[in-house]
Design a protein around this ligand. Sequence first.
Ligand code: SAM
Length: 240
Amino acid sequence: MKITIMTLFPEMIEQCISHSIMGRAIQNGIVNIEAIDIRKYSGNKHNQVDDYPYGGGAGMLIRAQPVKDCYNAIEKSHNTRVIYMTPAGKVWNQKLAEEFSNEKEIIILCGHYEGIDQRVIDDIVTDEISIGDYVLTGGEIAAITITDSIIRLIDGVLGKKESFEMESFSDNLLEHNHYTRPRVFEGREVPEVLLEGNHKKIEQYRREQSLRNTAIKRPDLLEKANLSICEKEYVKNFLE
Ligand code: SAM
């Protein structure tokens, strides 16, 4: 998969993608992530990409032309999806991460200042995505957030040890709790069932934990979760 990120701060992207699972996926050739500096396409000797908004108001806007020239310089196919990171977009979730992980290539456009001239957004953007109902100073952290969540779903990126199948949101449920050594930490013991080696019981225990965690922390998810009649009864114990 190829992800091209259009940004005014390519170093921010490069710093983040070079570590841990993302860094390994790049090294292993499973993904190719490139950050392209919109400023290179400013078209002026001061590398200025922003200008005042028509109609007045606070803040500056990224001009349409550098964004369009930057986009034109990217090698892509005719149906490559172009995501604009914006608080006005669809709020990102695991389902969208799964959808985008099936794409061969995507382009992500990061805004800055007050945003980007609408005309180039209308021209090149296929998807508007937000990472939540708050405003960041730029799209880079948002772009990294969605990139990370997409990449880890691609075949071969996570090792067996880091499988995502049982993770939160995979079935509209939160994950069960985890424990590692030592067996007793400051008087708190690992649940007995995890020490007995009975895999069926462990699976059942983890499912109950997952249902319990979801009912307590994110009851809104339960509406879409696929629960048996017994499980529906079980979660009622934790709902207010
Ligand atoms: N004036 C814009 C507004 O009120 O919606 C906010 C602009 S924000 C300061 C600058 C850039 O940060 C945006 O163009 C966008 O790319 C990015 N950004 C800010 N908040 C975001 C969010 N919640 N999700 C995704 N991108 C965001």
